[in-house]
Design a protein around this ligand. Structure first.
Ligand SMILES: CC(C)(COP(=O)(O)OP(=O)(O)OC[C@H]1O[C@@H](n2cnc3c(N)ncnc32)[C@H](O)[C@@H]1OP(=O)(O)O)[C@@H](O)C(=O)NCCC(=O)NCCS
Length: 325
């Protein structure tokens, strides 16, 4: 195994797409999601989203020159001070898998230490709970690790009634928002999510980039349902929906975002938006409807007929534990 520090992501983007496809199949995510394409990965790396803007990236190669693992490390103020993500091809046999994982993790820890030793503890993205990645982290870092609930993938199993739109709002379906609407959407999202203390605010630039990617898809594959106050025309709530063709040939609908401005919460708008999303997706022929829920919204989704199917985890560890692997 050779570790290569390579920040020109174009060089290994195809390898990364292949590894992610393997990972989605191995961990059973491909029933719910499609792995990102090379074009989507390129666009994420180019985007201004801090989730895709690492300090440094590295890959590991086998002696035959095949890339089998990828890692990146970030320092993000306030939000997630020091953050590491390691992705290793899950079909690698032992001890190669653990060896590749350990060398990427050590490299990422040293990178964080080089940039800022005060980022402590650090957060490592572990994927699905009890995935190969999570189990490997547990066995390497043992007692020094704390598990953090980082969200739940939930599948809709009920039948959402289609309530009458709450009287104060009118509904619009937007297929491609211009700059003014994106500015409004950013404001609504930041207002809605500000109820969570660790919310990382969205900027116009990140949102613009995100919507450019989404609307780069074929027409009709991504849309936003907007509820505007009939009197003031301010946006009260939004939901964004898309769908994917899965490896097995079906269609999975995905609620990419749901947000209701604080002043309008608990008045049935969230429920109405979800029922509309579900109705639109069913018309397209979607068989499953899923979403990623933040831990705080899980109860609400359960009330609405969603069931948890898998849990995403992050782990927190002292930087020293990673440096001493
Ligand atoms: C989650 C959110 C969209 C809900 O919107 P809302 O318009 O307030 O929800 P509704 O009024 O339609 O409520 C729907 C149901 O969930 C329940 N509910 C709403 N908020 C809840 C909460 N915080 N905890 C528990 N239940 C809740 C309601 O009681 C209602 O159930 P009922 O019909 O049995 O009474 C809104 O609170 C929000 O924008 N939150 C911040 C962003 C967020 O968490 N988005 C989802 C991320 S995955």
């Amino acid at each position: 195994m050779t570790l290569i520090i390579e920040n020109d992501t174009r060089r290994y983007i195809r390898d990364l797409a292949r590894i992610l496809t393997e990972l989605y199949r191995y961990e059973g995510y491909d029933v719910y999601y499609r792995a990102p394409t090379v074009e989507e990965l390129e666009s994420w790396f180019r985007s201004m989203d801090p989730d895709y803007d690492p300090l440094e990236t590295a890959v590991v190669e086998t002696s035959k020159g095949i890339v089998v693992g990828y890692a990146d490390a970030w320092v993000m103020d306030d939000y997630q001070p020091g953050y590491i993500r390691v992705i290793v091809d899950p079909i690698l046999p032992e001890p190669l898998y653990t060896e590749a994982y350990a060398s990427l993790l050590r490299w990422a820890g040293r990178t964080l230490a080089y940039y800022d030793r005060s980022v402590n503890p650090i957060t490592i993205y572990a994927g699905r709970e009890y995935s190969r990645s999570h189990i490997t982290l547990e066995s390497m870092l043992g007692g020094s690790l704390t598990q953090v609930d980082s969200g739940t993938l939930m599948e809709y199993r009920g039948s959402l009634s289609n309530p009458i739109p709450p009287g104060l709002v009118e509904e619009l379906v937007v297929e491609n928002p211009g700059e003014t609407v994106v500015r409004e959407l950013v404001e609504v999202v930041n207002d809605a999510f500000s109820i969570y203390p660790d919310h990382y605010p969205w900027s116009f630039e990140r949102a613009w980039n995100y919507y450019s990617t989404q609307f780069g898809k074929s027409k009709g594959e991504f849309f936003i349902i907007v509820l505007r106050n009939k009197d003031t025309s301010e946006i009260a709530g939004i939901t964004e929906i898309t769908y994917y063709d899965t490896a097995a040939g079906g269609k999975v609908g995905y609620v990419a975002l749901l947000a209701v401005r604080r002043d309008y919460q608990r008045r049935g708008l969230g429920k109405y938006l979800l029922s509309r999303a579900s109705a639109i997706l069913r018309r397209i022929g979607v068989e499953k409807l899923v979403l990623d829920s933040v831990p705080e919204a899980r109860r609400m989704y359960e009330k609405l007929g969603f069931s948890p199917v898998l849990k995403w985890v992050k782990v927190r560890v002292p930087l020293e534990a990673v440096l001493s692997i």
